[in-house]
Design a protein around this ligand. Structure first.
Ligand code: ADP
Length: 308
């Protein structure tokens, strides 16, 4: 079922605005890939091009190696959640899905299946107009899953949801990736993807800024620093500094130590008979890691307030 999402030299202009600027990346199967950038960065435009809703000015947008318009049965190739508000308010949830299914040659049984998957079976005969945003999101996701596609694209799926809804979507994205599907999910907030995304594609003003695994990003930002607790702070500081470390005081009984691997820190302290109660790797947040990586990127730093 594995299929990739691929942008090759993708560009799109609207009048004087370059929304997407020579963007190239590949989204792999079996992972959740976060697509991050401040509002206006070009995420929705890129996603619309993958879904054949906008034509690129240059380059190609491919699903499983083909442009959307060349896909035989698109719903079985790619599912998307772009705008949950787009569902007809007067239509009952099941009817909305039946209508989509019928139009695409998908069975009624699959409609009941996807209602179950997203947890809407008990409200399937209620009108979408009376649904909360979270329920409308679930209905949108049910529609995206109708054709059991290997590729899924979600544009800001947690925007405006309550914590419970956010948690549900996160778990759901993880389960889709665990199934081996290719999952691309956009957000204007880095923090929203912590714990959900395996890989990040970051764009700013239509251009690619970063295309790396979350693990790599976090390791790069965390590996160099450890947190050390001891009741002998002054002695430990002096000893580790003499051994070549950069030591920073955190509080009366804690320090961070950079520039020496953990094993070496332990050896130096033990050799000097200095006790410590805790030595842990400093864990950078995704946001910290990203900031570290892109420090000096004028393109992005120009609008730091929009990146959470
Ligand atoms: P994001 O999804 O990252 O918030 P968008 O893709 O929506 O960014 O927008 C990228 C840029 O393209 C913005 O400057 C936006 O104003 C512009 N844009 C997007 N769609 C249109 C459109 N249909 N007409 C004109 N400008 C557009």
């Amino acid at each position: 079922m594995a299929a990739t999402i691929e942008a090759r030299g993708l560009s799109k202009r609207y009048g004087a605005t370059t929304a997407v600027d020579d963007l190239s990346f590949t989204v792999a199967a079996g992972k959740v890939t976060g697509f991050v950038g401040p509002n206006g960065a070009g995420k929705s435009t890129t996603m619309r091009m993958f879904l054949g809703l906008d034509a690129p000015d240059a380059g190609t947008a491919l699903i499983g190696g083909l442009p959307y318009r060349s896909l035989r049965a698109p719903l079985t190739q790619v599912g998307a959640l772009l705008d949950a508000g787009a569902i007809h308010a007067g239509r009952r949830a099941r009817h909305h899905l039946l209508w989509m299914a019928q139009y695409n040659g998908i069975s009624r049984q699959r409609v009941d299946e996807v209602l179950g998957i997203v947890g809407l079976s008990s409200v399937a005969d209620r009108r979408a107009g009376g649904f909360s945003l979270g329920m409308r999101q679930r209905l949108g996701i049910a529609g995206a899953l109708l054709g059991d596609p290997p590729v899924l694209i979600f544009d800001e799926p947690v925007n405006g949801l309550d914590p419970e809804g956010i948690q549900w979507i996160r778990g759901f994205l993880r389960s889709l990736a665990a199934d081996g599907r290719t999952v691309l999910v956009s957000s204007h907030l880095m923090s929203e993807l912590q714990g959900t995304a395996d890989h990040l594609i970051v764009i700013g003003r239509g251009r690619l800024i970063c295309d790396r695994s979350v693990q790599e990003l976090l390791t790069a930002a965390s590996s160099d620093r450890v947190l050390l607790r001891t009741d002998r702070v002054p002695d430990v500081m002096t000893t580790l500094a003499n051994a070549g470390a950069t030591v920073t005081l955190v509080d009366r009984e804690a320090l961070t130590v950079a520039g020496l691997p953990s094993e070496r820190i332990i050896a130096v302290l033990t050799d000097n008979g200095l006790p410590f109660s805790e030595l842990t790797q400093h864990r950078a947040s995704l946001e910290e890691a990203y900031m570290e990586l892109t420090r000096g990127s004028v393109e992005y730093a120009a609008r730091p307030d929009e990146v959470g």
